[in-house]
Design a protein around this ligand. Structure first.
Ligand SMILES: Cc1cc2nc3c(=O)[nH]c(=O)nc-3n(C[C@H](O)[C@H](O)[C@H](O)COP(=O)(O)OP(=O)(O)OC[C@H]3O[C@@H](n4cnc5c(N)ncnc54)[C@H](O)[C@@H]3O)c2cc1C
Length: 439
């Protein structure tokens, strides 16, 4: 068995793993990236559309270009990369068991960064009635076929789910000469970014059926058609609203699930996001294990992945060099809860009474949240008992767009640990709205 020791082990070599590894290395640590694929870059390698790096590099890059920037930066470090190596197990003592062509590999780390990304939900997760013919793929699998393997999975498509991958694939397949009959969404609003609806569906005349779902897959050996129908507010099919589309392929873009099987084995508690519970240091309940990127929460923008991952890398380096970061299990960790209108909020807990020197070293805390459904003219408020910790007005908020804001060290120092911290939505009073219109 091959054995290896490293200060920081990073599981996953996508944008999160790359950014975390570079940062941990800057913190003076030996770092090893363990990646199951044959190359670095993660999901970005199949995202050949532009739209990456607008904030970080002030340029609109394609996914592989963005990934290459980080791969080049990594090339200037001494970070060790193990490709074609799949992590199978991990213990709270930070012993990692992986497998590659040489056999079993054991990596003993002082700190670990989880950066395994997420995977797509499949047909089994959503229970579509009908036969099981070929021609049903997840949108990400189709993206890999078209953009990396170089072949088309079909000629006429229906896409279920208006997540970003589904909408991006609707445009991509149209460019390749296929006919996309419809994108079908069970919610009454698109579940991906509005910019993707405009640029990928509207600009190509691809119809989006909101409050509709697939009720039948036709065909025994190969998909021959799809029937969709309208649903009511309880997602029950409305009889008589069926529409049949003749097609040979159904793509599913129905959500992403963080890859946390390995995390669970190490006793890491998962939150509502299906990602690990973390505090403001991005540290899980297993001390010295940190999480970032899509394995923590599904991100819409890679720039935010990089910011989060750099913090996780820096925290892991601090831990590996002997600085004990406050634990999420400590009685000083105050729950940060999702209140009215909020789907989830991260971190799950905020440690109070953090040593001032440490607090100034880590800087302000990033809080990220998503709303449950689209809302207009609202305040996002964060309160700790009667104390206001954060308040900001938003004209529009959509579940597809993550809200990120900072809590200052001063705000955190003033937290009363006997009370939870709650993030919630508050509609802007009608009076304030009408005054704004007059002005
Ligand atoms: C189709 C699509 C379109 C997007 N479009 C945009 C866009 O236009 N603009 C934008 O800013 N963002 C976009 N994003 C979002 C952005 O690409 C992702 O948020 C980002 O790639 C997530 O990075 P990550 O490193 O967390 O995960 P990934 O990129 O998924 O990387 C995870 C890595 O971990 C590895 N791994 C997993 N498990 C193991 C294991 N057990 N052992 C070893 N290795 C493992 C995987 O092989 C993978 O390489 C898009 C995402 C998708 C899917």
């Amino acid at each position: 068995m091959m054995q290896k020791e490293t200060d920081v082990a990073v599981i996953g070599g996508g944008p999160a793993g790359l950014a975390a590894a570079i940062e941990a290395n800057k913190g003076g640590c030996s770092v090893t990236i363990i990646e199951r694929d044959d190359g670095l870059g993660g999901i970005l390698q199949q995202c050949i559309h532009p739209g990456f790096g607008l904030h970080e590099f002030k340029e609109e890059l394609a996914g592989p270009e963005y990934a290459q920037r980080y791969i080049d930066m990594l090339g200037e470090t001494k970070v060790d990369v193990m490709l074609g190596t799949m992590v199978l197990d991990m213990t709270p003592k930070k012993e990692i068991l992986a497998i590659n062509e040489q056999g079993v590999v054991k990596v003993q780390a002082k700190a670990i960064v989880l950066a395994m990304g997420c995977r797509e939900r499949t047909r089994g997760a959503i229970k579509i009635p009908g036969y099981r013919p070929t021609g049903v793929y997840t949108a990400g699998t189709a993206q890999r076929f078209v953009n990396i393997e170089g072949f088309m999975p079909g000629t006429r498509y229906v896409i279920l789910g208006s997540g970003d991958i589904g909408m991006i694939m609707a445009r991509r397949l149209t460019w390749e000469g296929a006919k996309v009959e419809a994108v079908v969404e069970i919610m009454s609003y698109p579940s991906g970014l509005i910019r993707n609806k405009v640029q990928c569906l509207d600009d190509f005349g691809i119809p989006l059926y909101l409050s509709h779902t697939v009720v039948r897959v036709h065909g025994k050996d190969r998909v021959t058609g799809i029937t969709i129908a309208r649903v009511d507010e309880n997602w029950k099919m409305v009889p008589g609203t069926e529409i049949f589309f003749s097609c040979d392929t159904l793509l599913l873009s129905v959500g992403l699930i963080p890859e946390n099987e390995v995390s669970r084995k190490a006793g890491i508690r998962l939150a509502r996001t299906n990602g690990p519970e973390v505090n403001q240091f991005l540290q899980t309940n297993v001390e010295g294990v940190f999480a970032c990127g899509n394995v923590l929460q599904v991100h819409d923008l890679v720039d935010n992945v990089a910011i989060e991952a750099k913090r996780a890398g820096a925290m892991a380096a601090m831990y590996a060099t002997g600085i004990r970061l406050p634990s999420i299990n400590s009685p000083d960790a105050v729950p940060l809860v999702a209140g009215r209108g909020i789907g989830y909020v991260l971190p799950i807990k905020v440690n109070t009474g953090v040593d001032l020197a440490l607090a100034s070293r880590i800087g302000p805390v990033n809080v990220s949240l998503r709303v449950k459904r689209p809302v207009d003219d609202v305040y996002v408020r964060v309160k700790n008992g009667a104390k206001e910790v954060y308040k900001k007005f938003f004209k529009h908020l959509r579940p597809s767009e993550m809200v990120i804001f900072e809590l200052s060290a001063a705000a955190l120092n003033a937290i009363d640990k006997a009370q939870p911290i709650e993030a919630y939505l508050e509609p802007k009073p009608a009076k304030e709205l009408s005054e704004a219109k007059v002005a």
